[in-house]
Design a protein around this ligand. Structure first.
Ligand code: FNR
Length: 421
């Protein structure tokens, strides 16, 4: 109601409330490369489009005189009480999304500390990316008591894997999110056409560069005579080559980048390997990237504590099914397999509170917000992330009121057209 009252008295929101205008505004301020990197997906963008289109096929049933004048958005996830069923999705290489803000007053020491400041106000968990732009310890400092999870791309190096998991435990992570849909980077056509694969230029490496095991791998690689990587590495700019020191820096970056590309995600893994991660930590492990009931079942059978239904925002496999279309059957399969049921989280396509409501109605226990918070960050730092979060939650609250759901637990398939029976 605060947002409405402010609006009625002529105050504009910090960032646009409409998702399309939010994206357009953010695209307009970000560098061209950043806009392409954040907004676009794989191939012909068909999965990106499908993720959004799927929401238009589900219609919410308005209900009248239901007495839902007060709503309760709280929920419990992995034993923790949350203010709402919403988390901040892991997003890597965010140096890019804030690059244009460099020099702006009060901004930014790093993208994730801005996110963390917003999350500290909403209390909603942050899933810290393996590809964060600052080390996870710095994100944790900025989070204070706010819940944090750690997202892992499972490296080829067992030592590096162990080290990252230990660090996640040390910063008080509630869970490890194992992202399994990135055994190889997707075919990112816009990035390719702009000659810009962020990681190949050294962005999103902070988590690794701050890791002693990674530095060992990188030093060993630098000592080898010729890099065997088929990836050419970042092209040195003329300015970068103008002094001997920067030439050395360029070589070091190149060694780090090559090491990262070598190790960041082990493509040989199978479900049986999940047991090794299970042995490494007592933290719950959630598998992110699940799009079929079979994979959800396999994840649970191999020790996962829950699944995240996600297709990486359409950035990995083009022409894939919409993530929302994958959700109902997975939610059913997980409920059939586990009592009380293991958490089913959802992302890829959530733009509004109404979207969150539909995902919850189709069986998600909570949803992850991805690109919209990045747009908020790009536009207005922590204030922008906070505003975007408030907008999504305000609309979820209003949607619950108009659909007759007083609590998150009240939301179900009965709220959607065609499922009344
Ligand atoms: C991502 N995503 C992602 N996922 C992950 O597990 N680790 C990561 O480092 C990243 N990095 C990343 C960067 C950018 C720019 C985007 C947009 C996304 C995927 C992310 O967690 C989430 O699954 C998607 O963002 C969901 O799709 P929408 O709702 O943003 O379209």
């Amino acid at each position: 109601s605060g947002i409405y009252t402010a609006g009625a008295y002529g105050h504009r929101p910090v960032v646009p409330t409409s998702p399309d205008r939010l994206e357009a505004a953010a695209r307009a301020v970000m560098t061209r490369r950043a806009a392409a990197y954040v907004a676009d997906g794989a191939g012909d963008q068909r999965t990106v489009a499908a993720n959004r289109e799927a929401f238009t096929r589900h219609r919410i049933l308005p209900r009248q005189l239901t007495g839902t004048h007060a709503r309760d958005l709280t929920t419990t996830l992995l034993g923790r009480d949350l203010a709402a069923p919403l988390l901040y999705a892991p997003v890597g290489a965010l140096e890019l999304a804030v690059r244009h803000r460099r020099g702006a007053r009060g901004t930014p020491r790093g993208a994730e500390p801005e996110l963390a400041r917003a999350a500290a106000r909403t209390g909603l968990p942050v899933v810290i990316s393996s590809q964060a732009s600052v080390p996870m310890e710095d994100v944790a400092d900025a989070l204070g008591g706010t819940p944090r999870w750690f997202q892992l791309y499972w490296p080829r190096s067992a030592e590096l894997t162990r080290s990252l998991v230990r660090r996640a435990e040390a910063i008080g992570a509630d869970a490890i999110v194992l992202t399994t849909d990135t055994s190889t980077l997707g075919w990112r056509t816009r990035d390719l056409d702009l000659g810009h694969l962020p990681f190949a230029r050294g962005e999103g490496l902070a988590q690794y560069l701050s890791d002693p095991e990674f530095r060992k791998l990188s030093a060993a690689r630098a000592a080898r005579p010729a890099p065997s990587s088929s990836v050419p590495g970042p092209r040195p700019t003329l300015r970068a080559l103008s002094t001997l020191a920067s030439l050395r820096r360029h070589r070091a970056t190149r060694a780090h980048v090559d090491t990262f590309l070598d190790t960041f995600s082990d493509p040989t893994l199978t479900w049986a390997d999940l047991a090794r991660l299970r042995e490494l930590t007592d933290l719950p492990v959630l598998v992110k990237g699940v799009q079929t009931p079979d994979d959800a079942t396999a994840a649970l059978d191999h020790g996962a504590s829950g699944v995240i239904v996600s297709n990486h925002g359409g950035r990995q496999l083009d022409n894939a099914i919409a993530s929302l279309d994958a959700l109902p059957a997975i939610a059913t399969a997980v409920r059939a397999r586990t009592t009380p049921h293991a958490p089913v989280l959802f992302d890829s396509g959530i733009r509004t509170g109404a979207d969150a409501f539909v995902a919850l109605a189709l069986g998600a226990d909570a949803v992850l917000l991805g690109r919209p918070w990045v747009y908020g960050l790009a536009l207005a730092g922590a204030e922008g992330v906070h505003a975007v979060t408030r907008h999504v939650l305000a609309e979820l609250d209003i949607t619950m009121a108009l659909a007759g759901a007083a609590t998150v637990g009240d939301i179900g398939r009965h709220n959607l057209a065609g499922r009344e029976a």
